[in-house]
Structure formats: structure tokens, C-alpha cells
Design a protein around this ligand. Structure first.
Ligand SMILES: *Cc1c(COP(=O)(O)O)cnc(C)c1O
Length: 395
């Protein structure tokens, strides 16, 4: 057998393979595991969306190839949602492109723009696909640390001038996975101005725009004047409407960037099943109605965990977006060690911050993707096992 490519060999080792093995072994033994490690909604896709899929699947007109950029009806539904939700005008023919999940588009925009040696600016901690796909394409990753002291926003002034000049793409993601942080208008303008200055395509991953609480509404970067000159935004129906398995999203914004992305896609895939597109259009048309109830559930779960952690000594308050909590590990412990202790002593799976990049060290991530009773059970197991903020590293 020939060897896989050099670029494939550049992917970082999967740090938590050992933990995964332990989880599998424990499951095998019948241990009652509480998995707070994965950002995958536990609740079902809303009934009107499932019904739309069932009806569409029975219509033979949905059974052949879709246009690779998705049907014009789907793109029109996405454009109508952008207009009603954010006041953003987008031409469905040139400024919207359907995606088989936003992960697919995030990867392929890198393939469309990055030549060997080009720099991709990636947040750290961040969604791993940004940096890993840049490596697969032979690009050079420049990590932008997101520090608590700066509201988990990158400091553009810390990027060396020469790196900025070699950069083709900057990824940002607010509301943020894994930190839950938000971007305000001042920061968005700063990011757009920076990317305009250095001629960098700003790719904003807005996967959590609809998962917000306590009255907060997340912005679109495209609401800013002339943002479309330099920016595209990725939206995903996955987390918004409990549709992770359906694989559907879209990109919106700069027409030249979407044309380049479309060219990659037309040589890679052939769109999504048209019945899924029809159901996804129904979801977008009922967006606020579908998300209101879900967000109430996540906010209640958040409040339970925050109160429980405070009771265990954490000086921690949560934000108003995403179903993630990004929590400091007890002093003197590292993220992998703490997550391992949580698993060994309590059967609780969480995500160590280091898995999201070196700047994620010192934190762990909880996903609020289990029912309230299980969250309470997790907190009570922690209390019984002596897992507290001030705990000493296990001997
Ligand atoms: C879940 C997630 C995605 C991918 O969503 P899909 O549309 O399911 O591919 C992209 N970005 C972030 C930050 C995510 O958390």
C-alpha cells in the first residue's frame, strides 16, 4: 500500500483516543455514563420539519439529483430568513449557496482559497476543522488565542504584520464554540476593517446564532455596511433545530467567494437530497417558533449546572448563548487530567479544553445536551466524589 499524503500526516494526533477507549470499555461493562462531551442535541427534530420531509420524500420530483448549489427554492428560503432575521439582503442566485452541513462548506472554502504556504488565521480554542483542513490543504495555521481577559475575542494587534500579509482566510465564530462568548458590533467592525486592510476573506461561522437566552439576539456580521465585500457567513440548521443528522446549512455573502466555493463543490458533491432541502426550508420559515421552546430548555439546564458548580466552589457564571459551558479546571490540574478524574470517579464525560487548541488548556467544556435529571445526577455524583474547584490533584 502507498503511504497517505504528507499533508494528512500533519493532522495533530487525536489527544483523547485513550479516554475514548476507556469510555467504550466502561459502556461495555454497563457503567451508567453521563455524556456531556458532545455538542449534539438530545431532543428530536421538530414535528413540522419531520412531516415536511415525509411528504417531500413521497414526491418523486425530489428523487433525482439536486442542483449542486441546492434548489432555488431552498436558496430563496435561506435568503428570506436572512432578510427577516437580520435585515440582510442576499441574492439567492449568487449570494447564497446550499451546504451539506456547514462543516462541509468550512472545509471546502479552504480548498478554494489556500495554496501551500498561505496563512489561515484560526481561533484557539476553536472548532477543529478550521485548522485541520488548512493543514490538509498545505496551508500554514496561525492560531489567534482567545483569552478570558479579552472576552474570548482575538487580539488582531498581536498578529505579526508579515503573517497578516500572507493570510488568505480568517475564521471567527460568535456565539462561540467552545467558550460561549459573544461578539459585539465594535468587534465585528474591527474584524471587517482588519480583513479589508490585509485582503483576507473573513469566514464567520454563525452555527449558534439562534441558540441564545435571556433576550439576547446574536448578530450577523453581514448586517454591517459593505461586509459582503470581504465576508461570508456559514449557517447550519444542525444546532438551531436539532437537525445534526440531516446535514444541511448554507453559506451567504460575497459572490466571488461563493462562486469559488461552488466550483469546489460542483466537482465534489451533487447537493443534498431535495426532500431534505424542502423540509429545511420549512424549518427556516418557522424559525423563531421552533427555537423559542428549545432555548428555554437550554437556559434552564444552564441554570441548574451553574448553581451546582457554584455549590462545588466554582466562581463561575455562564453566558447567554450556545449550549456549552466553558469552565476553568481546578487550580493545579490540567484539562485532560481533570476530565479523566471526572470520568473515572463519576462516569461523567466532558471535553478537555486542550482538544480545542493549546489556548484551550485550563478549561473543560460541558454540553447541555442531556435532560435536567441527568445534569442533577452528574452534579450529585461530583459532590459525593469530592470533585470541587479547590480539589487537589488525585494521588
Ligand atoms: C456544530 C458546528 C459546526 C458544524 O455544523 P454542521 O452544519 O452540522 O456541519 C460548525 N461550526 C461550529 C462552531 C459547530 O459547533
Amino acid at each position: 500500500m502507498p503511504k497517505p499524503s504528507v499533508n494528512l500526516g500533519k493532522l495533530p494526533p487525536y489527544l483523547f483516543a485513550e479516554l475514548d477507549r476507556k469510555i467504550d470499555a466502561a459502556k461495555e461493562k454497563g457503567v451508567d455514563i453521563i455524556n456531556l462531551g458532545i455538542g449534539d442535541p438530545d431532543l428530536p427534530t421538530p414535528a413540522p420539519v419531520v412531516k415536511a420531509l415525509q411528504e417531500a420524500a413521497a414526491d418523486p420530483a425530489t428523487h433525482n439529483y439536486s442542483p449542486y448549489s441546492f434548489t432555488i427554492d431552498y436558496r430563496k428560503a435561506a435568503a428570506a430568513w436572512m432578510k427577516s432575521r437580520f435585515g440582510v439582503e442576499a441574492d439567492p442566485a449568487t449570494e447564497i449557496l446550499g451546504l451539506i452541513g456547514s462543516k462541509e462548506g468550512i472545509a471546502h472554502i479552504i480548498l478554494a482559497y489556500v495554496d501551500p504556504g498561505d496563512v489561515v488565521l484560526c481561533p484557539s480554542p476553536g472548532y477543529p476543522v478550521y485548522a485541520n483542513y488548512a493543514l490538509l490543504c498545505g496551508g500554514t495555521v496561525h492560531a489567534m488565542p482567545l483569552k478570558a481577559g479579552n472576552g474570548f475575542l482575538p487580539d488582531f494587534g498581536a498578529i505579526p504584520e508579515e503573517t497578516a500579509r500572507r493570510a488568505k482566510i480568517m475564521f471567527l465564530n460568535y456565539p462561540n464554540n467552545p467558550t460561549g462568548a459573544l461578539a459585539d458590533e465594535k468587534f465585528i467592525r474591527e474584524a471587517l476593517a482588519y480583513c479589508r486592510k490585509y485582503d483576507i476573506l473573513l469566514c464567520h461561522d454563525n452555527a449558534y446564532s439562534e441558540m441564545t437566552f435571556d433576550g439576547y439576539r446574536a448578530p450577523s456580521f453581514l448586517s454591517e455596511a459593505d461586509a459582503k465585500d470581504i465576508c461570508i457567513e456559514f449557517f447550519s440548521l444542525s444546532k438551531m433545530y436539532n437537525m445534526t443528522g440531516w446535514r444541511v446549512g448554507f453559506a451567504v455573502g460575497n459572490a466571488a467567494a461563493l462562486k469559488a466555493l461552488g466550483l469546489v463543490k460542483s466537482n465534489t458533491d451533487s447537493g443534498a437530497f431535495k426532500a431534505i432541502q424542502r423540509a429545511a426550508a420549512v424549518a427556516l420559515s418557522k424559525s423563531d417558533e421552533l427555537t423559542a421552546g428549545l432555548n428555554k430548555i437550554y437556559a434552564q439546564r444552564r441554570d441548574i449546572v451553574v448553581a451546582g458548580l457554584q455549590n462545588l466552589g466554582w466562581d463561575f457564571t455562564a453566558g447567554v448563548a450556545t449550549f456549552y459551558l466553558w469552565i476553568p479546571v481546578p487550580p493545579g490540574m490540567d484539562s485532560a487530567g481533570f476530565c479523566e478524574a471526572l470520568f473515572e470517579k463519576c462516569g461523567i464525560v466532558t471535553a478537555p479544553g486542550l482538544g480545542y487548541g493549546p489556548a484551550g488548556e485550563g478549561f473543560f467544556r460541558i454540553a447541555l445536551t442531556v435532560p435536567e435529571a441527568r445534569l442533577k445526577e452528574a452534579l450529585s455524583r461530583m459532590e459525593k466524589a469530592g470533585i470541587r474547584y479547590g480539589m487537589k490533584k488525585a494521588a
